[in-house]
Design a protein around this ligand. Structure first.
Ligand code: SF4
Length: 212
C-alpha cells in the first residue's frame, strides 16, 4: 500500500466507523443541501451522457487511454467519501476497502476495477473532469453546451468552495464535532482553503495560522 492508498483507506475507515452514529444527523441537518447536490450530480450525469459519452467512448474507453482514470492519485475530499458511503451498501464499501489494500502496480487509479469505477457517486473532481480534446470537440460544435458546462462548474462551487458555508465543509464539521480527523478534510485543513474561509469572515485568523 502506498501513502496515497493509506490516506484514502484511513478516511474510508473513519467514515465507516462513525457512519452508523452520524447518518441520521447528516440526513436531517443536511437534507436540503444533500438533495440539491444529488440533483446536481444527476443533471451533470445526464449532460455528460448526452454530450460526451460518444466522444469519451471513442477516444478513451475503447483504446484504454482514459486520461481521467489513469492518474494513480486523484484528489478526493472527505465529503466525497461520506456522500458515497451514504449511497453505498456495506458490501460495496468492502469492495472499495479491498481495492485500497491491494498493491497498485499499474498506471491506473486504484479505484478503477475491470468493470469501471467502484465509486457509486464518484469524487467531484472526477465528475467535473473533461480533457481538453473532449472539450474542444463538444464545445466547438455547440456554444450552448459550453455555456451549460460553465454553469455547472459555477454551481459546483456552491458545494465545495468555502467562500460561504458549503455542503462539503458542513459534512467535515459534523465528523470533526464527533472527534474525527482526516487529511482529506481539506476545507478544515488546507491553508489555502482556510484563508478563503477567513477572507469570507467564516473563521478567525488563528485557525488559518494554526491549520486546524
Ligand atoms: S475515482 Fe473513479 S472516476 Fe475517479 S479517477 Fe478513479 S476510477 Fe476514475
Amino acid at each position: 500500500m502506498n501513502s496515497y492508498q493509506k490516506e484514502q483507506l484511513e478516511a474510508l475507515q473513519t467514515v465507516r466507523c462513525h457512519m452508523a452514529d452520524l447518518r441520521d444527523e447528516l440526513l436531517v441537518k443536511l437534507q436540503s443541501p444533500l438533495e440539491e447536490y444529488f440533483l446536481f450530480r444527476k443533471q451533470t450525469d445526464k449532460f455528460l451522457s448526452d454530450y460526451f459519452s460518444t466522444i469519451c467512448s471513442l477516444s478513451c474507453y475503447q483504446n484504454r487511454l482514459s486520461a481521467c482514470c489513469s492518474k494513480d492519485g486523484i484528489i478526493t475530499f472527505f465529503a466525497d467519501v461520506v456522500i458515497n458511503c451514504l449511497k453505498t451498501t456495506e458490501a460495496e464499501i468492502d469492495q472499495i476497502e479491498a481495492l485500497l489494500k491491494k498493491p497498485n502496480d499499474g498506471f491506473k487509479c486504484i479505484y478503477l476495477a475491470p468493470e469501471g469505477c467502484v465509486w457509486l457517486v464518484k469524487p467531484i473532481v472526477c465528475q467535473m473532469f473533461l480533457c481538453d480534446k473532449a472539450q474542444e470537440e463538444a464545445f466547438s460544435k455547440n456554444t450552448r453546451v459550453y455555456e451549460q458546462w460553465e454553469a455547472f462548474k459555477k454551481k459546483q462551487k456552491d458545494f465545495t468552495w468555502p467562500d460561504k458555508i458549503v455542503l462539503f465543509d458542513r459534512i467535515e464539521s459534523i465528523f470533526i464535532a464527533a472527534g474525527c480527523s482526516s487529511t482529506l478534510m481539506y476545507l478544515n485543513k488546507s491553508p489555502g482553503l482556510l484563508r478563503i474561509k477567513h477572507q469570507a469572515g467564516l473563521i478567525e485568523i488563528n485557525k488559518v495560522e494554526g491549520n486546524v
